[in-house]
Design a protein around this ligand. Structure first.
Ligand code: ASP
Length: 449
C-alpha cells in the first residue's frame, strides 16, 4: 500500500482538491493520505499557515481577530461548499477556529503550535469529508489516535520511536485514513509541530509506520530538477536520486522535500517519489537507497546563501595538540553551530549560518578567539553562499573538481573555500553571494549541456 502526501498548493482550491480526489480514486493502493494546510491559489495569495501566524499574533496581543478568522474559515468553506460536504464538518472547522480565539493568557509556547497545527487539522477534516462526498470510504484520524508521539520541543518536534509500532496497528485499515500533517502529540498531551514545511515529515513517519511500499509526495513540480529552475532555463529533471544525494541537495537549498523527512523513509527503506498533482502521469523523481545507474556522475547543483566564515591561521598549528578542540570549545561557549570546517596545515575555516550572529556576539567571539588562540591571522567574511555539486557517481569519476573549478575560474568566480568529504558525494564551494547565480549556471552547463 502507498502513503500519499499532498502539499498546500495541491489543496489550495476546489479545483486542486478535485485533482487529489482523482489521484486517490485512480489507485486503490493509496490508503493513507497526509495533508498540508491549504496553500497559495495564486502568486500573491497567503498560505493558511501564514494567516494562522497572524491569527496567533492577534490573539496573543488581544486584538480583534474576527476578520482573520473569517478569512481562514472562507478558505475551507469555499472547498467544502463545492463538494457539498456534510454541514457538520464546516461547523466543526468554524468551532475549532473560534475556540482558538477564545484562549486566554498566559499563552504557552505550545499555543503557537496549536494555532498553526489547526491549519492541517481542519484540512484533514475537510478532505476526509470531500472524499466521502465523492464516494470514497475514508475518515479523518488525528495524529494522537494514529500514534504520532513527539518530543516536547515546540515548533521543532522530533518523533518518538515508540510511535512506529502504534502506527503499524493501522496498516490494515479498511478505510482510507486522512491524516493532518505537520504535528504530533507529546506524551503530556500537547500538540507540537515539526519545523516549517513539516507535513513531509508526517508522510515519511506514516509510511515507515505502516511499512508502505511507496511514499508518494505530491507537490506542484514534476520532480526534482538538477538545478534551481529560477536560475537555469528549463533544467533537466532527475528521475532517480539516492537518499544521500537528496540529503546533500535538501541541505543546500532544494526546498522540494523537507530534509528531516528523509530519515524515517531511509531507515525503513521505503522509496519516496516526488510527483506533480497537476501532472500525475509524469513519473516524478524517485529517491531510493541505491540508484540503479551510476553513470551520471553529477546529479544536482544546489546553493544556499547566508553563511559567514571565520578564518584562523597559525604557523605550526598542526603541531599543537588540541588546537581545533580549543577553537570549537569557544564556539560551544557562544552556543554557535558550525556547518563546515575545511582546514589546511596551518589554517582552519569555520563556516556558520550568519543568522546566528549579531554584531556584539561577533565582536565578542573574535575577541575570545584572538585571546585564547593567539592566531597569526584572524578574519571573518560575510555574505557567502555555498554552492554544492552532488552525485554518488563522482567517486568513480576523475576530474569533477577540476572541471568545476576550471569552469568557475573562466567566469572569474573567486573560491573562498572548497570542501569535499571523503564520502565523495558532494563538493562544496564557498563563494560571494553576488556570484551565486552565475556559479550555478556555469556548473550546470559544465555538467549538463
Ligand atoms: N503548513 C505547514 C507550513 O506551511 C506545514 C506544511 O505545509 O508542510 O509550514
Amino acid at each position: 500500500m502507498k502513503v500519499a502526501k499532498f502539499g498546500g498548493s495541491s489543496l489550495a482550491s476546489a479545483e486542486q482538491v478535485q485533482k487529489v480526489v482523482n489521484i486517490i480514486k485512480e489507485d486503490t493502493e493509496r490508503r493513507f493520505v497526509v495533508v498540508s494546510a491549504p496553500g497559495k491559489r495564486f502568486k500573491e495569495d497567503i498560505k493558511v499557515t501564514d494567516l494562522l501566524i497572524s491569527l496567533h499574533e492577534a490573539i496573543v496581543q488581544q486584538k480583534n481577530s474576527q476578520a482573520l478568522l473569517d478569512e481562514i474559515y472562507q478558505r475551507y468553506e469555499e472547498i467544502g461548499a463545492t463538494f457539498q460536504v456534510e454541514p457538520d464538518i464546516l461547523a466543526k472547522i468554524k468551532q475549532n477556529l473560534v475556540q482558538l480565539t477564545e484562549q486566554q493568557a498566559p499563552f504557552t509556547p505550545y499555543f503557537y503550535d496549536r494555532v498553526l497545527a489547526s491549519g492541517e487539522n481542519n484540512n484533514a477534516l475537510l478532505i476526509a469529508g470531500v472524499f466521502k462526498s465523492q464516494g470514497l470510504k475514508a475518515r479523518y484520524i488525528s495524529p494522537a489516535e494514529l500514534g504520532i508521539l513527539v518530543s516536547e520541543e515546540p515548533q521543532n518536534a522530533q518523533i518518538l520511536s515508540e510511535s512506529y509500532g502504534k502506527i503499524y496497528t493501522w496498516h490494515n485499515s479498511s478505510e482510507i485514513l486522512v491524516i493532518p500533517g505537520f504535528f504530533g502529540m507529546t506524551t503530556s498531551g500537547e500538540i507540537c509541530t515539526f519545523s516549517r514545511g513539516g507535513s513531509d515529515i508526517t508522510g515519511a513517519i506514516v509510511a515507515a509506520g505502516v511499512k508502505a511500499e511507496l511514499y508518494e509526495n505530491f507537490t506542484d513540480v514534476d520532480g526534482i530538477y538538477v538545478a534551481n529552475p529560477s536560475y537555469v532555463h528549463k533544467p533537466v529533471l532527475m528521475t532517480e536520486l539516492t537518499y544521500r544525494e537528496m540529503r546533500e541537495l535538501a541541505y543546500s537549498g532544494f526546498g522540494v522535500f523537507h530534509e528531516e523527512a528523509l530519515m524515517p523513509s531511509y531507515k525503513a527503506k521505503i522509496p519516496v517519489v516526488i510527483k506533480n498533482t497537476n501532472n500525475p502521469s509524469a513519473p516524478g523523481t524517485r529517491i531510493t537507497n541505491n540508484r540503479s545507474s551510476n553513470e551520471q556522475a553529477v546529479v544536482g547543483i544546489a546553493s544556499d546563501e547566508g553563511f559567514s566564515m571565520i578564518y584562523i591561521s597559525k604557523y605550526l598549528m598542526n603541531r599543537e595538540v588540541g588546537f581545533t578542540l580549543r577553537v570549537l570549545k569557544i564556539f560551544e561557549e557562544f552556543n554557535l553551530n558550525y556547518e563546515h570546517m575545511p582546514s589546511g596545515i596551518d589554517d582552519i575555516s569555520i563556516i556558520i549560518r550568519a543568522r546566528q550572529l549579531n554584531p556584539e556576539l561577533e565582536e565578542a567571539l573574535l575577541r575570545k578567539i584572538a585571546y585564547e588562540i593567539d592566531p597569526d591571522e584572524l578574519r571573518i567574511t560575510h555574505d557567502l553562499s555555498m554552492v554544492v555539486v552532488v552525485g554518488e557517481g563522482m567517486k568513480h569519476r576523475v576530474g569533477i573538481t577540476a572541471d568545476s573549478t576550471a569552469a568557475l575560474a573562466r567566469k572569474q568566480i573567486n573560491l573562498e573555500m572548497i570542501n569535499q568529504g571523503s564520502s565523495e558525494v558532494s563538493i562544496m564551494f564557498g563563494i560571494h553571494k553576488e556570484q551565486e547565480k552565475l556559479a550555478i549556471r556555469t556548473l550546470y552547463y559544465t555538467f549538463f549541456d
